[in-house]
Design a protein around this ligand. Structure first.
Ligand code: LFR
Length: 475
């Protein structure tokens, strides 16, 4: 096995990047080629993704990437999609999952079909923005093909149509046991069977860059399917040894859970709203979505982007666990004035209202740590998988206060990093497919040996955390 160079296109909800990485035995060097903002745009009342802007930035990134690239892979947030007409043209801009068009849809479907069939078929947690509920709110008249965001971008780059399985598992339409589209569910919902393209696995070569793209970027290379759901790529890059670990993929969302060989579909699991998403090599990501750094990002946006380092330093000095909220209150899901919504949440529940910015930030981080604790404990309990260490990966691993509070709240060591877990998982799956690395365990051990990690030992007052958890109705 020799050293080779791969590119990762990694799109998050607030920014995107094109990274390149040199991968080989004992080598994993990641370089940022291009970073760009991902700004949703409201048009005629509907919140959209600026998909052409993102695609243009990807082309710019590929143009600036090393010339010896072997392959490129694409991942993004899940659930969102573009619709193609019969000529293969995109029908309108993809709608943002935080748009209000899905209001009430999930409740209606659950009432009509019942939770049992939905959960037994897809294994997915009930989130109002799952693709299935979006589709029921969309106009499908002219639509012939649905492509999830990374599949849409891969289509523009290669001309090849398909649906990568890890991301397909977030639609609510993939059969969790068989890994194929569920015809039963499509029929029950009255959705057209042929809207969904053939499935592909992470590691499959999708195709080579179209001639016009090759001319524009000066590159001629394959696009390789990766864990195109960003969380699948991030969890593939958790630097864990063995299987007694929990993970928190912490960015706009915190995805909190354990990795399993098989789904958990019990009534308790359904009631606790745990999801069984598909990972690399058929693994199951058994997790729950926690509202994540979205709470903080929306506060910063409302305050016109003050210096985060200063705010976190001030928040560290605020007395702990004074104001705690249920971070997962659906009221926090849409964009808008977050400090006002936090104040209102506290007022309605008789919780002391955080007044200063530092107090608000402390309230958010204490509350996230509590939500991390509850989700991890439940994941371990419902799956029977013991958790001895928590790996916190993604942008949130830079936030020392959050890492420390999470270790204290969970009463477990937290290993923080890598920050760019998603891009690393993306390139390593390509590297494996092109013969530069071996198994998933090899990938993880390479990350543990080469990337910067930080360990936080729990030092908190367990009683204070239990008491605060009880105050917001968590365990
Ligand atoms: C994280 C993520 C989550 C998914 C949410 C919406 O970026 O992909 O896994 O639930 O975004 O797509």
């Amino acid at each position: 096995m020799s050293i080779a160079t791969f590119a990762a296109v990694d799109l998050g909800a607030s920014s995107g990047r094109v990274m390149s990485a040199r991968v080989g035995p004992g080598t994993l060097d990641l370089t940022e080629v291009r970073r760009f903002p991902n700004r949703p745009v409201r048009v005629a009342g509907t919140l959209h993704w600026d998909i052409l802007g993102l695609y243009g930035n990807i082309l710019d990134g590929l143009r600036a990437a090393p010339r010896d690239l072997v392959s490129v892979g694409i991942d993004s947030w899940a659930v969102d999609y573009g619709l193609l007409d019969e000529t293969g043209a995109l029908l309108g801009n993809p709608v943002h999952y935080r748009d209000s068009r899905t209001d009430g849809v999930m409740d209606r479907v659950r009432a009509e079909l019942g939770d049992e069939i939905l959960y037994q078929t897809s294994g997915l947690q009930f989130l109002p923005f799952n693709t299935v509920y979006q589709l029921l709110a969309a106009d499908l008249d002219q639509a012939r093909t649905l492509l999830l965001v990374p599949d849409l971008l891969a289509y523009w780059l290669t001309g090849e149509i398909g649906a990568e399985r890890t991301n397909a598992s977030t639609t609510g339409l993939l059969d969790v046991r068989e890994g194929n589209w569920s015809r039963t569910l499509l029929d029950r919902l009255g959705l057209p069977r042929d809207l969904l393209p053939d499935l592909r696995e992470p590691g499959d070569v999708i195709g080579t860059l179209r001639p016009d793209v090759a001319t524009e970027t000066g590159l001629s290379l394959p696009v390789t399917a990766v864990g195109s759901h960003d969380t699948a790529s991030a969890v593939a890059a958790v630097p864990a040894a063995g299987d007694r670990f929990g993970y928190i993929s912490c960015g706009t969302w915190s995805l909190v859970g354990v990795e399993l060989p098989l789904p958990v579909l019990t009534a308790q699991s359904r009631e606790a709203n745990f999801t069984n998403e598909r990972g690399i090599d058929g693994t199951v990501r058994y997790l729950r979505n926690v509202m994540g750094l979205w709470l903080l990002q929306e506060c910063l946006r409302a305050w016109d982007s003050p210096d985060l380092g200063d705010l976190l330093a001030a928040a560290a000095d605020v007395p702990p666990l004074r104001s705690v909220i249920d971070a997962d209150d659906p009221a926090f899901l849409p964009p808008g004035d977050m400090p006002a919504r936090i104040a209102e949440h506290c007022r309605l529940r008789g919780t002391p209202i955080p007044e200063t910015r530092a107090e608000i930030v402390r309230c958010v981080l204490d509350s996230l740590a509590l939500a991390h604790r509850a989700a991890l404990r439940q994941a371990a309990e419902l799956s029977g998988r013991p958790v001895e260490v928590v790996h916190l990966v993604g942008g949130g691993s830079r936030n020392e206060l959050l890492c420390r509070l999470t270790a204290d709240a969970c009463g477990l060591p937290v290993v923080a990093g890598p920050v760019e877990a998603t891009a690393l998982g993306n390139v390593l799956v390509q590297a494996r497919s092109h013969g530069s690395i071996g198994s998933l365990a090899d990938m993880r051990s390479l990350i543990a040996r080469t990337q910067e990690l930080r360990r936080y030992e729990p030092s908190g007052d367990e009683r204070a955390w239990s008491e605060a958890a009880a105050r917001v109705g968590l365990s």
